[in-house]
Design a protein around this ligand. Structure first.
Ligand SMILES: *[C@@H]1O[C@H](CO)[C@@H](O)[C@H](O)[C@H]1NC(C)=O
Ligand SMILES: *[C@@H]1O[C@H](CO)[C@@H](O)[C@H](O)[C@H]1NC(C)=O
Ligand SMILES: *[C@@H]1O[C@H](CO)[C@@H](O)[C@H](O)[C@H]1NC(C)=O
Ligand SMILES: *[C@@H]1O[C@H](CO)[C@@H](O)[C@H](O)[C@H]1NC(C)=O
Ligand SMILES: *[C@@H]1O[C@H](CO)[C@@H](O)[C@H](O)[C@H]1NC(C)=O
Ligand SMILES: *[C@@H]1O[C@H](CO)[C@@H](O)[C@H](O)[C@H]1NC(C)=O
Ligand SMILES: *[C@@H]1O[C@H](CO)[C@@H](O)[C@H](O)[C@H]1NC(C)=O
Length: 537
């Protein structure tokens, strides 16, 4: 959770106008508990702290609580006290790099948007002083995971046979068997005078004016093997050559996901990540050719001059998603270069500690990417009670960054209104002279380990095939012998009439052989999912 370290010394950018809001239709709706929820034509407001945390209010036990929205995890936790809540006497802990969220699992009625679920399970973190960051100062008192149900540790702990322990979104979708099981959200950008986006999240409906998202291609969620389904994230394939660098050329990187089609990468949508995480070679290709680029060792990010305009884009389902140059090079973190001069952060960081050792994804697209899209995530058959939305989960996206007006914004904000994007100092150095960021020994080892570990489903399959081949062989031998024996016996029967049956014992071995595989891979996945989570929030 390196980015929170960045947030700690982040400063408000003074002098910029706040984004003006065009979607606010201030019809305050009353929710079921009589509490006023900030509703904007069927959607819930999302507020933005320093472009680093996105927050909405939920109502829990009748009390309004601001929570960080995190599409990358699946549990709800809050700090402080919750009225009208019931202690299940079970406890768990969720690992984040800011510290552990640990405590008892409680239940209370929850309202979000205009939906109320009875007895929602959540983790009550009684003591938040263990966090390395002051979450209250950043405007939130908890975190709501919007990820797949299988990722919920609270649900696992409750071990509920019914759906009582399910994650919040699953509980909401379970209210109505015929609902469309999707959420949509858009995130605003602080310090961008030209943006007209208002942060908002909707459930089973789309934001007025953005209905065309429903016509966008449905991009299937790439699923992970059942055995490691607690690592399942909202992840999809990029198109082939789907990441376009600042020179307008595709940045070609090989996927670490073994089943990934040639030239395509697996990208996770994670609103809990401030800085998107990309393969190191990709980050180097974006920032290493900038004049004055420096690798910041302490924060493990590239820094570049704040006036550098870098155009990059991603391609999903044939649609290009341009990234606003204010998101590619961020002034939000108050960084300085080796001479102590203010510099900006290269937002698309090399993926290190969140690297997937099981080879389940290549890229984590955090807030720096998500500000550029209106995103729809359909949980579909991840909600088991549905009778209508029963297909496979998918994502639909609309680009919301206009390249021309983004250019104007950048010139106004970073160049004092004087367009110097054509200056010689802005030109990229030739690729052959580009800098590379340093690779640690630990990272090299991880890359090697991933090459082997990511192939575990195939190794497991291979072992099983070998195992069944052996069993098959034994049975064949056994049957042969029996047939021979039977033949002999048949002959013998003519004289005597008694055939001895041997017990068939060979199948017993199946359970014995399976269990060590199961347990060893399950424990791997625990370790790795913790790794991912710990870099996360
Ligand atoms: C949450 O509620 C508080 C108090 O009612 C309000 O001040 C704040 O703006 C709300 N935040 C959001 C994101 O709606
Ligand atoms: C929430 O509001 C929408 C639109 O106003 C309505 O269609 C839907 O039925 C409501 N859902 C619930 C659970 O009240
Ligand atoms: C809360 O946690 C902090 C740090 O982990 C610890 O120093 C403190 O004693 C705890 N407070 C309570 C009341 O348990
Ligand atoms: C359930 O969802 C469907 C489809 O969105 C809607 O038509 C229906 O009104 C909803 N039922 C309730 C009780 O909210
Ligand atoms: C928002 O701004 C973009 C240009 O940046 C424009 O194309 C779009 O129509 C605007 N949307 C609304 C709803 O005003
Ligand atoms: C909400 O959005 C719909 C679709 O654009 C529009 O027809 C309706 O008038 C809006 N409702 C309110 C209360 O603004
Ligand atoms: C980025 O794209 C805009 C719009 O196409 C263009 O005007 C600008 O020159 C580009 N900037 C760079 C540095 O390529």
């Amino acid at each position: 959770m390196r980015f929170l370290a960045l947030v700690l010394f982040a400063t408000y950018v003074h002098g910029f106008k706040l984004p003006f809001e065009v979607h606010v239709v201030s019809n305050q709706r009353r929710d079921v508990t009589g509490q006023s929820v900030n509703v904007n034509n069927g959607s819930v407001r999302i507020t933005n702290t320093l472009n680093s945390v996105y927050i909405s209010n939920i109502t829990l036990g009748g009390q309004s609580i601001p929570v960080m929205l995190d599409t990358g995890s699946s549990d709800l936790w809050v700090t402080g006290t919750v009225p009208n809540s019931v202690d299940t006497k079970k406890s768990t802990k969720l690992e984040y790099a800011v510290g552990e969220a640990a405590g008892d699992i409680f239940t209370a009625d929850l309202t979000f948007d205009n939906y109320t679920v009875k007895s929602q399970a959540f983790l009550l973190v009684a003591n938040a002083s263990g966090f390395s960051t002051n979450i209250v100062a950043q405007g939130y008192n908890g975190l709501m995971g919007l990820g797949p149900n299988t990722g919920s540790l609270v649900r696992k702990e409750l071990d509920a046979k019914d759906s009582a322990g399910d994650a919040v979104m699953n509980r909401i979708f379970e209210l109505n068997q015929t609902s469309q099981n999707y959420i949509t959200f858009m995130l605003d950008r602080r310090g961008d005078p030209g943006s007209n986006i208002t942060g908002q999240i909707t459930i089973s409906e789309v934001v007025a004016g953005y209905e065309s998202i429903l016509q966008q291609p449905k991009l299937s969620v790439v699923t992970v093997p059942d055995l490691t389904d607690e690592d399942q994230h909202w992840q999809i394939y990029t198109d082939k050559n789907g990441v376009i660098g600042p020179d307008g050329q595709p940045i070609v990187t090989e996927s670490i996901v073994p089943k990934s089609p040639d030239g395509q990468l697996v990208a996770v949508f994670d609103s809990g990540y401030t800085l998107p995480q990309v393969p190191r070679a990709m980050s180097d290709a974006i920032y290493g050719r900038v004049q004055g680029a420096e690798w910041n060792v302490a924060n493990a990010v590239w820094t570049v001059p704040c006036t550098q305009m870098l155009n990059i884009s991603f391609v999903f389902g044939g649609t290009t998603f341009p990234i606003h140059p204010l998101d590619t090079v961020s002034s939000d973190f108050g960084l300085t270069d080796s001479n102590g001069n203010p510099v900006c952060a290269g937002v698309f960081q090399p993926i290190t500690s969140a690297f997937s050792l099981l080879g389940e994804y290549d890229i984590i697209l955090g807030m720096g990417f998500l500000r550029n899209t209106y995103t729809l995530i359909d949980f579909a058959n991840f909600v088991s009670t549905s009778t209508t939305d029963t297909g496979k989960p998918f994502v639909q996206m609309l680009p919301v960054t206009n390249v021309q007006s983004a250019h104007t914004d950048f010139v106004n904000v970073r160049m004092n209104g004087v367009d110097s994007t054509g200056a010689a100092s802005q030109a990229l150095v030739p690729a052959s002279e580009g800098q590379s960021s340093p690779v640690s020994k630990e990272e090299k080892e991880k890359l090697l380990a991933a090459k082997v570990l990511s192939r575990w489903p195939y190794i497991l399959m291979g072992s099983l095939v070998l195992f069944f081949a052996l069993v098959g062989f034994c049975i064949w031998r056994f049957c042969c012998r029996r047939r021979c024996a039977a033949r002999k016996a048949a002959k013998a029967k003519k004289m005597q009439s008694n055939v001895q049956m041997e017990p068939i014992g060979s199948y017993k071995a199946l359970d014995d052989v399976n269990s060590p595989y199961m347990s060893s891979y399950a424990s791997h996945s625990d370790v790795f999912s913790d790794k991912y989570k710990s870099n996360h929030v």
